[in-house]
Design a protein around this ligand. Structure first.
Ligand code: KG4
Ligand code: ZN
Length: 339
């Protein structure tokens, strides 16, 4: 089954053709990142306009690259939630039109489910159940992937997502948007014990995480140094910050893995590209003999191949939509609605 997949939830317009959830015939991305960088973050209105400008040509380019004709497309899939509402609507309306004109089913895909499915492309043998640590720009959660379409949230952030935190601290340090990659690079040259940053004491679900205190403490530290005219050791601050994020995430992930009894841990989302988090997870999984699934960097960030992969399994589960499909800015991963 060949699925034409559309992604437009944030600042990347993406179109892919994916067969049977695993074989990627093409994965085209038109990134708007350089434009949003001028403003230090994503400007939603600009994002919607740029998606509109890019999507038709990108879909043609994707079919040409895949050497697949419109008639060979068996279904159209689209990210319909969560994300920037105006941006999502561009993809949803394009997908509706495409499905209608091609006379094929329309498959709505939850963006975070798509991030998890990036692992199915990278690892053709990976099948649920497994635990997935999801680290995207807007979401941080530990998901029990019970089947391709049945998820349980074991832990989540009480406030900011890890990605948001990387980006905010990087912005205050004067690094270009999105700051995660620059923080990662800088951290490699720094001393992770140079700055002491707080770890919150949390009650309630022991698998929940919190990043806003760490973000505020890091930003205050930068501002205080500026006010006192002190020179910051930027690589060491990046390293100390990354260490604090890693200490928040990795022990809880290993605890969740032990709790589920699974021997398989996957990681997903843009922050899954972080080399320090990847290394720590590798070391911990090795200690307990668990298999670790780390998508290549190209599949960590937003793309449409991951949407096409998840769409196949949503289709098999009967999760298709009609022309009343609407986009939705927020939506939990475990309970989907379509209008
Ligand atoms: O999953 P994603 O592409 O978009 C969303 O669905 O939100 O994630 C983007 C996030 C940004 O916050 C970006 O700074 C972060 O992923 N990111 C990283 C790295 N590469 C991207 N964060 C830390 N280290 C990295 N190497
Ligand atoms: Zn994403």
């Amino acid at each position: 089954m060949k699925i034409l997949a559309i992604e437009s939830s944030c600042d990347e317009t993406a179109v892919a053709v994916v067969e049977n959830g695993r074989t990627v015939h093409c994965d085209c991305i038109a990134s708007q990142v350089a434009l949003h960088r001028l403003y230090g973050g994503v400007v939603p209105e600009i994002a919607s306009r740029k998606h509109m400008e890019a999507i038709y040509a990108l879909a043609d380019e994707a079919l040409a690259k895949a050497k697949i004709t419109r008639k060979e497309i068996d279904a159209v899939a689209v990210t319909y939630a969560p994300g920037l509402i105006g941006a999502l609507l561009v993809g949803v309306n394009f997908a509706k039109g495409a499905a209608l004109s091609l006379g094929v089913p329309l498959i709505p895909v939850h963006h975070i489910r798509g991030h998890i499915a990036a692992n199915y492309i990278a690892y053709p043998d990976l099948e649920p159940p497994f635990l997935c640590l999801v680290l995207s720009g807007g979401h941080t959660l530990l998901a029990d992937v019970r089947s391709y379409t049945d998820f349980a949230i074991l832990g989540t952030t009480r406030d900011d997502a890890a990605g948001e935190c990387f980006d905010k601290v990087a912005r205050v340090l004067g690094m270009p948007y999105p700051g995660g990659p620059a923080m990662d690079k800088n951290a490699s040259g720094g001393d992770p014990d140079r700055y002491i940053l707080p770890q919150p004491h949390m009650t309630g679900n022991p698998l929940d995480v919190s990043f806003s205190g760490l973000k505020t403490a890091s930003i205050n530290l930068i501002h205080n140094a500026e006010q006192k005219g002190e020179t910051l050791d930027v690589p060491s601050l990046c390293a100390s910050f990354t260490k604090a994020v890693t200490q928040m995430l990795v022990p809880r992930t290993m605890q969740a893995l032990a709790q589920t009894g699974y021997q398989k841990l996957a990681v997903a989302g843009g922050v899954a590209a972080n080399s320090h988090i990847r290394a720590e997870l590798e070391a911990e999984c090795q200690k307990v003999g668990a298999a670790l699934y780390l998508p290549p960097l190209s599949l960590c960030g937003d793309n449409a191949a991951m949407i096409g992969a998840q769409a196949y399994y949503e289709y098999l589960a009967g999760n298709v939509a009609d022309q009343t499909l609407n986009a939705c800015a927020t939506m939990p991963i475990d309970t989907l609605t379509y209008d």
